[in-house]
Design a protein around this ligand. Structure first.
Ligand SMILES: Nc1ncnc2c1ncn2[C@@H]1O[C@H](COP(=O)(O)OP(=O)(O)OP(=O)(O)O)[C@@H](O)[C@H]1O
Length: 195
């Protein structure tokens, strides 16, 4: 498919359990359609890790700056994980949209609920593993997580999969079995012509 923008310019919210392959799928989308999409960069109060850059991986802010943005209703969604706060700012989405890009949000379940509540226009994609066992295999196979983190992510995955079973939450549920097929479904959904 050519490097054209989809007709439907609403932000695309991609969620699904950790390790299911969200990052793999949206990276393919960005590579296949240069300059059409922008991954929304979140704000966080956590410190940058080696190799991470401000404005690329996250916008790193102080707890005070984060709280000020919350008070100013500057986030479409925000959450706390451990002792750190994370959020997607309205300004970030507006800036990317103004550049003519379709914004892709990689967000976990609580964030999805908040965005849905906010009334913001968006499309919702859920990426599902072929099975729970396969999800665990991928998470372990990626080699980025210690045992505690794997257990935490798998427990969270159960909740995410349950939520995704609620009718009407997502516009499409894509099973990421064969990555090629899953990608085609994602691309087809995003590029579906407006009725
Ligand atoms: N269809 C697939 N079949 C087999 N392996 C896959 C498939 N899709 C992705 N993977 C592999 O599964 C692992 C997890 O994928 P990825 O990092 O994209 O997940 P993620 O959903 O973005 O996770 P997180 O939310 O933790 O960032 C990676 O090692 C990736 O190469």
């Amino acid at each position: 498919m050519a490097s054209t923008l989809p007709q439907d310019r609403r932000p695309v919210v991609i969620s699904g359990p950790s390790g299911v392959g969200k990052g793999t799928l949206f990276k393919r989308l960005f590579d296949a359609h240069k300059d059409c999409f922008a991954l929304s960069v979140s704000h966080t109060t956590r410190k940058p890790r080696a190799g991470e850059a401000h404005g690329v991986d996250y916008y790193y802010v102080s707890p005070e700056e984060f709280e000020a943005l919350v008070q100013a209703d500057g986030f479409v969604e925000h959450a706390k994980f451990g002792s750190n706060r994370y959020g997607t700012s309205k300004q970030t989405i507006a800036d990317q949209t103004a550049k003519g890009r379709v914004v892709v949000l990689d967000i976990e379940m609580e964030g999805v609920k908040q965005i849905k509540k906010s009334g913001i226009e968006a499309r919702y994609v859920f990426i599902k593993p072929p099975s729970f066992e396969e999800l665990e295999r991928r998470l372990r196979g990626r080699g980025t997580e210690d045992e505690e983190s794997i257990v935490k992510r798998l427990n969270q995955a159960k909740l995410e999969l349950e939520y995704a079973d609620t009718p009407g939450v997502h516009d499409i549920i894509i099973v990421n079995d064969d990555v090629e097929k899953a990608y085609k479904k994602l691309e087809e959904f995003i590029y579906k012509p407006l009725a």
